[in-house]
Design a protein around this ligand. Sequence first.
Ligand code: HMG
Ligand code: MG
Length: 298
Amino acid sequence: TLPSRVTLVDVGPRDGLQNEKELVATEHKAQLVEMLYLAGLREIEVTSFVSPKWVPQMADNAAVMAAIKRQPGVRYSVLTPNLKGLEAALPTRPDEIVVFAAASEAFSQKNINCSIAESIERFAPVVEAAHATGIKVRGALSCAVGCPYEGDINADQVERVVLLMKGIGVDHLGVADTIGVGTPRKIQAAMERALKHYPLVEVSGHFHDTYGQALANIYACLEMGVHNFDTSVAGLGGCPYAKGATGNVASEDVVFMLNGLGIETGIDIDKLVDAGAFISGVLGRPPVSRVGRALLAK
Ligand code: HMG
Ligand code: MG
């Protein structure tokens, strides 16, 4: 039987916007966060405290955190790749931070300029400092099934990094298909390795939809009982260090599927479509979400 309830983390403000060339105004980012809240999202990935030279779109990280209207019962998370990022993030009071490692050495180098082992060394004090202030740490594991530089990634490579993350006390493990090449059985194999070491409630899927497989992959995860997923309103997104990768699976598409399955999310799909239309308007293009387009055309 499938889970009766699923929690979505909308990563649109962060993953969705990080790759946009034109700078999006801080107030528009804050408004997107607010619209996601109004649509019923209770977990929102707001921004990242990374180098502005590497990701210029996220340079207004602290300003975005200051501009959002903090709502009760909502968890606002931010990415922090190192202690410098954490130190900058802490005064903005994130509810949760995200460290991000990769199952592939080449991607680790391109994305965060260090090896997998070095990244874990860097994250260890970040996790410790976050925990010391009562902040939960999620870990993203990029390239869990495929890498833009190394090609196929196997489940043993995934498990190795899952264990490293667990070893430094990362609370939650997100299995990420950065370039969207995963198919259901392959995703399940990666998920299985995460579930060997993390409880079901602390495992999530983060699937980019480059090859149109993300909904099928989410369904395959539901069959395993996995009930936490990252999605991106309007299907925004991509990673600057994964060329050609498109956005995360659209939140609207996932909610439509879950509604059809009778699985609760607490999300109002019409308000979610409004949020997607808003940010797509800011970016000057139609939403990538098929459901978003269909509902807007009605
Ligand atoms: P580095 O150059 O190796 O870092 O970058 P460094 O420690 O040698 O410092 C170099 C300069 O960066 C210094 O400044 C530091 O102060 C500054 P300078 O002296 O030259 O003026 N610096 C920072 N500035 C602001 N915030 C910081 C920070 N750290 C150092 N936190 C670093 C290492 C990790 C910083 C860099 O590689 C970086 O910022 N990478 C960005 C990676 C990124 O944001 N990628 C996209 C997000 S991950 C993703 O999308 C995948 C995910 O969605 C899951 C999936 O789909 O797979 C999560
Ligand atoms: Mg991503």
